[in-house]
Ligand binder design. Structure first.
Ligand code: AP5
Length: 215
């Protein structure tokens, strides 16, 4: 099977994590979410986690050096040999150039969502504490209230998913991450998918783009 090295780019709440989970299942390549790596470090109270928490609570980017440390360690794991999906990395031009030093990327999928929908999507999100599955109280509700369909784990709302922090995160995206669209466009790697439809419709759009690109 072809090696797939993919970046999912998009604002907070655009659906990167949701689509990454489908791609992982279909293509058997790991989802590497720097947000998840950081949240695990915070939960485990590592040195990186303690430093990162301050920035995450403020809706700011964690310093590049700290994130790179986590990312490099993760990419060195054997399951990344067949490819990977980067979900939430890079987040600024400096991270994009750091990444180029480590590995080459085949495709960047930019998920575009109407700004007004993002706050609603994020504040309604619920995540499984055990397996990380993503739900939405309206758009993708669990079958049993507050319990994961896959593993019966408890669903929770992320600390940074409050309306106040979400607005700060969206501002950070506008100023620091959005310029990456132009950056990857110039490199001929970027394809944009507009997410104006259901989760399943988006999944079909992503699948068709991957088929077109890799097979
Ligand atoms: P991170 O965890 O990466 O969060 P994010 O980028 O803000 O993205 P989200 O996880 O909020 O959204 P998503 O696009 O994955 O959407 P989802 O699929 O869940 O980062 C958190 C923090 O960590 C950052 O603020 C920063 O501090 C730090 N950080 C992380 N990476 C960093 C880096 N590289 N450098 C520095 N700092 C870093 O979907 C959202 C909701 O919408 C869900 O409820 C879902 O069910 C629903 N939904 C999805 N698609 C649809 C659809 N088509 N229709 C209706 N609902 C939908």
């Amino acid at each position: 099977m072809t090696q797939i090295k993919l970046i999912l780019l998009g604002a907070p709440g655009s659906g990167k994590g949701t689509q990454a989970k489908f791609i992982t299942e279909k293509y058997n390549i790991p989802q590497i979410s720097t947000g998840d790596l950081l949240r695990n470090a915070v939960k485990d109270q590592t040195e990186v986690g303690k430093k990162a928490k301050v920035f995450m609570d403020e809706g700011k980017l964690v310093p590049d050096k700290l994130v790179l440390e986590l990312l490099e360690a993760r990419l060195a794991e054997p399951d990344c040999e067949a490819g990977f999906i980067l979900d939430g990395y890079p987040r600024n031009i400096a991270q994009a150039t750091d990444l180029e030093r480590i590995t080459e990327i085949d495709l960047v999928i930019n998920i575009e969502v109407d700004f007004n929908l993002l706050v609603e999507r994020i504040t309604g999100r619920r995540t499984c504490k055990t397996c990380g599955a993503i739900y939405h109280i309206i758009y993708s509700p669990p079958k049993r209230k507050a319990l994961c369909n896959n593993c019966s784990g408890e669903l929770y709302q992320r600390d940074d998913d409050t309306e106040e922090t979400v607005k700060k995160r969206l501002k950070t995206y506008e100023t620091q991450t959005k310029p990456l669209i132009e950056y990857f466009l110039k490199k001929g790697k970027l394809r944009t998918l507009v997410s104006d439809s259901t989760i399943d419709m988006m999944r079909l759009k992503v699948e068709s783009l991957l088929k077109e690109t890799f097979y």
